[in-house]
Design a protein around this ligand. Structure first.
Ligand code: GLY
Length: 360
């Protein structure tokens, strides 16, 4: 097995291992278990495929440990206070001590929920992230953001709780639905767009291999994405500055997702549209050449991602959503824009008429 490792620095450094078959590597997984209690959290889609092999691999290595699996319902609705309470009950029933370890096996919902339970149980126990969706591999499993949703909004309750390690088993991508793969690719493109024109060009050259799920090409895309994410988070773990660049396209995306009541574009698709709108806003604001926005649009189209405001959504309604989303920043609308492809920065005081212009 060829394995690549990306080191995530910062106050609590950890390693991100990337390779096919890692979920069966009991020795590597068990090396992060300090005590005798292990909770493997997964969901009703991923659990049946992968949870038994993970639990067995760990148990074989640690015969005296108590290893249990908890499967939550698949979907965002599980990322709730009730879902959180259920995991705490599982930890209590297990008699989990401070050296217990949670393995989060699944996509972003599982990672966020299990990570938050680990952050809170006894004021913080270890969590190892085992992302199985491309989006979780390149974004949510790295960087320590954990959260649950409230009826009032997504991710409103949470904590920064970096994982002890991340294992990205690229073979799980073979069963990922096409739409989920493309959604993850939107976040991969984001790293090129905000910080790395060379990586962006590499992605342009490897569209067919990415879509065909070439193992080596996907592993390379994941490793380079994780390097970017880990480096940015190491410099700004609590999003007081630079980490906000990771939200390129997300102000538009969150507005689109909310306006569609989370029942239209998925997150990656909304980010694809949002990135094109952010690039165009950069042009309208006089910061960047239009050709860069078109280059971004072309790559996303080739990857099969949407790039225009969904029919039926009104520009004024989207603008109102963005105001709500950003009401904590009383100064006005703040966006992540770029001076050129690969050179993003945070820009405040963007004029409403410029936002409306790109939304037309
Ligand atoms: N997904 C953006 C971040 O982790 O900061």
């Amino acid at each position: 097995m060829t394995m690549r490792t990306v080191e995530a620095g910062g106050p609590r450094p950890y390693s991100i291992h990337i390779g096919a078959g890692l979920l069966d590597d009991g020795a590597a997984l068990a090396a992060h278990v300090r005590g005798r209690h292990v909770l493997v959290v997964s969901d009703s889609n991923v659990g049946p495929l992968h949870a038994p092999r993970v639990a067995t691999a760990i148990q074989r290595q640690l015969p005296h440990a108590q290893v249990i699996v908890s499967c939550i319902a698949a979907g965002e609705s599980a990322k709730s206070l009730d879902g959180f309470a259920e995991l705490l009950r599982e930890l209590a029933d297990l008699g989990a001590t401070r050296d217990a370890c949670v393995f989060a096996l699944g996509g972003g919902v599982v990672g966020d929920l299990a990570g938050f339970a680990a952050a809170c149980w006894m004021r913080g126990i270890d969590v190892v992230q085992l992302p199985t969706s491309l989006l979780a591999m390149v974004d949510s499993s790295v960087g320590g953001k954990t959260a649950v949703d409230l009826p009032q909004g997504k991710n409103l309750v949470g904590a920064f709780h970096p994982p002890r390690a991340v294992f990205v088993d690229t073979s799980t991508l073979r069963t990922l639905p096409d739409r989920e793969l493309r959604a993850g690719l939107a976040e991969v493109v984001k790293y090129g767009a905000i910080a790395d024109p060379g990586f962006f060009a590499w992605l342009e050259d490897h569209v067919d291999a990415l879509i065909a799920r070439d193992d080596g090409v996907l592993a390379e895309a994941i490793a380079r994405s994780c390097e970017h994410k880990a480096a940015i988070v190491a410099r700004d773990p609590r999003e007081q500055g630079e980490r906000a660049l990771l939200n390129f396209g997300h102000t538009f995306a969150h507005a689109i997702e909310a306006e569609q009541a989370y029942d239209g574009l998925n997150h990656g698709e909304a980010v694809a549209v949002g990135m094109v709108l952010a690039a165009r806003l950069s042009t309208v604001a006089g910061m960047a050449p239009p050709a860069d926005a078109e280059r971004l649009r072309d790559l996303l189209v080739r990857l099969g991602l949407p790039v225009t405001r969904p029919a039926g959504l009104q520009p004024q309604a989207l603008l109102a959503r963005m105001r709500l989303d950003k009401k904590a920043d009383a100064a006005g609308l703040r966006f992540i824009l770029w001076d050129a492809l690969g050179a993003a920065r945070i820009v405040g005081d963007i004029r409403d008429e410029d936002v409306l212009q790109v939304l037309q």
